[in-house]
Structure formats: C-alpha cells, structure tokens
Design a protein around this ligand. Structure first.
Ligand code: GLN
Length: 548
C-alpha cells in the first residue's frame, strides 16, 4: 500500500508550497523511495494552457504533452523524475469528467453531488497517480489556501482519504506563515487560525511547517505545538533559504525526512544526500559574473519564465558562473528607438510566447545579437523571431512575418501546416509534448548534444515554412535539427557566429540543477568566452564579498 502526504497551505499564498512539497519529495527519494507527486489546482480551467502567464506564471509541459502548473517543474527538478499529465489535476478536469459520466448514464438514478461524486473523482485521481508511478509515497499538494471556497472539495476528499486507506498510510502537513509586526515580532496567531480552519473541516495536521524570514525559536515552536495540537518535534521551521536548492537539506536537517517516514511507518536506509551537498558546493563557488538578457513581455512576473531562468542558472553554475538576469521588456524595446537595454550584455535569451504584442522588440533583440555577435539563444517564439529577422534582412522588407501576427503577410516564413488550418478551438490544438529531433552532423547543435537523436518537449502551433529554407540558407542559416522525416525544422543556427541558435521546442523543461541541458551548457560556454573577450566575467573583490 503506498503512503500519501497531503500538503496544504494556510495564511497566504506564495509561501513556497511547491518548493516545500518538491523538497520533501527529494529527501524521501534520497531514502530510496519511489516518490510520485500530484498538484491539485482548485481553479475551473481545465488546464493552465489558456491562462495568461501574468496569472499563473509559466505553463510547464510534461513529456506526454500536458500543459501543467509550474510546480510540476519544481517536482521534476527536485525529485529528478519526470511526471506525467496525471500529476496535475484541476477542478475543470474533475467537473468535466463527472459531467461526462453523468451524461453517459454512469450515475443513473442518482442525484450527482459534490459529495460523493466530485470527491470520489478527486480520490480516484490520487490513486491513479500512485498506481501509474508505482509509488511508495505520493506527495499531494493542494493548491490555494485553506478556507478558499474553491479548495473545499479537495480538503473534504483528502479528509475522507485517510479513512479509506487507513490512518497509518496518510500524513497531513500544513504550511503556514509567521508574519512580523511593525515592532519586529514574529506572530503565531494567523497559523493558529488557519489550523483551526483546517480542523473545522475535519483535518488535524500531523506536521506544521512554519515559514518565516528567520528560524523559529523554541518558544514559538512550543506555542504552535500547544495551540495547534501538534507534537513539538513536528513543528518544523522553514526560514527563507539562501537558494531554493538549499531547501531540501534545510528540511532534512530540521528532521522532516525522519518525522515523515516514522509517522508513516516506513523503514528506510539513511538518506543519500550527496547530490544536494555537491550542488550546494557548486552554487556557492560559482562566482564569475555573467549578465544575460531575458527579452520578454511578461517580465514583471519572473515566474512566467521560470524554467528558462532556472536552466540558465543550472548551466552557469556548472561552468563556475553566476548568471545575473537582466529582464528586458520587449514591448519597450519595440517602442523606444534605441537598443540601450541590450548594451553590455554577455548573452541574450529570447524565450517563448504567444501573440503579436512585443514581437517587434524580440525581432530587434535577435537582430542585435546576430549583427553584434552576442551569443543568442532563441526558444520557440524566440527561434521564430530569429527566422523572421533574417528573412526581413534577406528580403529587404519588414513584411516577412509569422501568420500568427500577420495573417496576410506576403512572406509567411512561419506558418501553420496545411492540416492545422480551420480547427476552431484554442485549447488543445497545439503540438505538445515530446517529439524526436535529429541534429544535423557537423553543426553546433550536434556537437552540443553528442547524440544522433533527441526527444524534446514542444508547445506551439506555428512551424518554420520550408519554402524559405533556400533563401535563409543563402544568408548563412543552417537547419541543424529536423524531425526524423525531415519535414519540420526543429533547430536553426548561424555557424558564422559565436552562438546563434534557436529551437522550435523548449529545452528548458529538461534541465536539472546538477545536470544542465546541453544546449544551455553550450550557450553559457559561448557567453563566458564572449564576456572574457570583452574584459568582463571578472571576479572582483566586490563580487567575492557578495554573500549568498
Ligand atoms: N506562438 C508561437 C507558436 O504557437 C510560439 C509558441 C511558444 O513560444 N511556445 O508557434
């Protein structure tokens, strides 16, 4: 029988529930357990695919093509295990499934209700994750904050779950925040209230993890233990960490791994945390500063580019570098005449996106990178902008475009495939998930991968238009990665440049903190070389002093 840990959140959102759940998963996996993860999102959308990145940050794409919550990215990076579409459920999915069953007549005679029909559907999805992943432990994160109207059916479902599978197989973990008063005192009252709220629905937490800007003293932990009826040992302090990648070791040191396994009656060997220690060492000693521009339209919310930013950091650390990201607003770049925001960069990343807004700024950044020989990496929309830019230069007209932005362009260098037209619906009409790509021998892409075929995750509608292959090759662009049948362009590059490469797919979803993605690694090497050639990337005493 697998074990289940339910992670709920109280007091406020954005406490780092995803990082905490992922970190718990990682310290359990370090004990040799097979750990699966599940994020339950209370919103009504079927998936976050149609939501603005301003609302929920990036849309994470799984191998099997689900558009999912960004917390799944944390799970993959921390637990080092690929998840599937079963690892993210939403209220939209649950209701759709229940209504479909009702129409089919599965509940004939019954009045279909939240309890038991919705809660049963939720519970069956939890079991499904455990089954499909053959998990010893499933870490289930309940999105939102306890007390929200939307999350009630989930809380009720996890309450019933303990009775269904037996008390010894379930653990409730509640994450809260201790705010500080104007006088500087940490307060436990909001935590008491949120636990009270949880108990009013019938759940008594076994473990309380208290977030605060510093570690909790004994007195505060005792108070939480007393008022929330939790063992003092099980009140865990989770202060802000030096890096998100410091959280697993911090939680392990506070005893969380031992407590969870003991409470669930799991006999495991001592955890093997070498990989996390090595990573800490690697990050702390990575000092060479690199300044990398991220050109996008959602830059106010850095979470919109979460996996891209993490991938850049992972590759930089492996090269002993500290990547400092300069967020560049592509709309501003488009509006303002000058390229000032791009000056002095060691490298440029143009990430993915949808819609016309900010495109001209991205095209400008691509042109800047190409003409001034600054290492440039284009991802999905970023790659498409590289193509648009070169086509405009080659044809001597700004009319070249993607039909996503200009349906009537005379030069549709990025376009829908004939079979994609007239589909109608916006949700679920994209090329999604893992597809093979064959890097062309003798190219930068091939050297970086060192493999004859790679699987990469996609999330896009539009494709490179093959009618323009010849024109662009004549201007120095190489199609260095193709689908196995040779029909789809997956990678473009310009060999006569320190690093100018774009991918139709999203390599950022496969990078791991201790195993950066080869294309990001190759990009960072070029960035470092470029920075050095320009007298930058120097570890000054000031850089050394910056504590991490
Ligand atoms: N909007 C582009 C397309 O659909 C690029 C998508 C992306 O960057 N993820 O093809």
């Amino acid at each position: 029988m697998p074990k289940f840990v339910f992670v709920t959140g109280g007091v406020t959102s954005s406490l780092g529930k995803g990082i905490t759940a992922a970190s718990l998963g990682s310290i359990l996996a370090a004990r040799g357990l097979s750990v699966a993860s599940l994020k339950m999102d209370p919103y009504l959308n079927v998936d976050p695919g149609t939501m603005s990145p301003y609302q929920h940050g990036e849309v994470f794409v799984t191998e099997d093509g689900a558009e999912a919550d960004l917390d799944l990215g944390h799970y993959e990076r921390f637990i080092d295990r690929n998840v599937t579409r079963a690892s993210n459920l939403t209220t939209g999915q649950i209701y759709s499934a229940v209504i479909a069953k009702e129409r089919r007549g599965d509940y004939l005679g019954a009045t279909v209700q939240v309890i038991p029909h919705i809660t049963n559907e939720i519970k069956s999805r939890i079991h499904r994750v455990a089954r499909e992943a053959q998990a010893d432990v499933v870490v289930v994160e309940v999105g939102g904050t306890v007390g929200d109207i939307e999350s009630l059916p989930y809380i009720e479902a996890i309450r019933q779950f303990r009775n269904d599978v037996g008390r010894q197989n379930v653990l409730y973990l509640h994450l809260t925040l201790l705010p500080r008063t104007v006088g500087g005192e940490l307060k436990t009252k909001p935590t008491q209230h949120s636990v009270k709220e949880l108990r009013s629905i019938g759940i008594q937490p076994d473990v309380v993890i208290a977030r605060a800007d510093e570690a909790l003293n004994e007195e505060l932990r005792e108070k939480i233990a007393l008022f929330c009826d939790v063992k003092i040992d099980n009140v865990i302090s989770e202060p802000d960490a030096w890096s998100i990648y410091g959280v697993p070791l911090m939680l392990e040191e506070s005893g969380l791994g031992r407590i969870v396994t003991e409470e669930l009656g799991l006999a495991t060997p001592e955890p093997d945390l070498r990989a996390w220690r090595e990573l800490e060492e690697r990050i702390r000693s990575a000092k060479i500063p690199l300044e990398i521009g991220m050109v996008g339209k959602y830059i106010e919310l850095h979470d919109a580019y979460l996996s891209v930013a993490e991938s850049v950091r992972h590759a930089a650390w492996a090269a002993g570098c500290d990547a400092r990201l300069r967020w560049i607003d592509s709309e501003k770049l488009e509006r303002d005449g000058d390229v000032e925001p791009l000056m002095g960069l060691d490298g440029i990343v143009v990430p993915g996106g949808f819609g016309y807004r900010g495109i001209e700024g991205k095209v400008k950044a691509a042109r800047f990178g190409r003409e001034r020989a600054v290492p440039t990496l284009g991802l999905c929309m970023g790659m498409q902008c590289m193509v648009i830019e070169l086509a405009r230069t080659a044809l001597g007209t700004d009319d070249a475009n993607s039909t996503e932005f200009d349906a009537f362009t005379p030069h549709p260098v990025i376009d829908l495939l004939p079979e994609q037209r007239d589909v109608g619906e916006k949700g679920g009409t994209m090329r999604l998930g893992s597809y093979p790509c064959v890097p062309t021998e003798g190219t930068l892409a091939h050297r970086a991968y060192g493999q004859p075929i790679v699987l990469e995750r996609h999330r896009h509608r539009f494709e490179f238009n093959n009618a323009y292959r010849e024109l662009l090759s004549s201007r120095g662009m190489t199609f260095s990665g193709l689908s196995p049948d040779g029909r789809l362009v997956e990678i473009v590059e310009i060999p006569d440049h320190p690093f100018y490469l774009g991918t139709q797919y999203h390599p950022e979803f496969r990078s791991r903190p201790n195993r950066p993605h080869p294309l990001f690694t190759s990009f960072i090497h070029a960035v470092l070389e470029h920075a050095r050639a320009n007298g930058r990337a120097v570890v000054t005493p000031a850089v050394m002093q910056e504590a991490r």
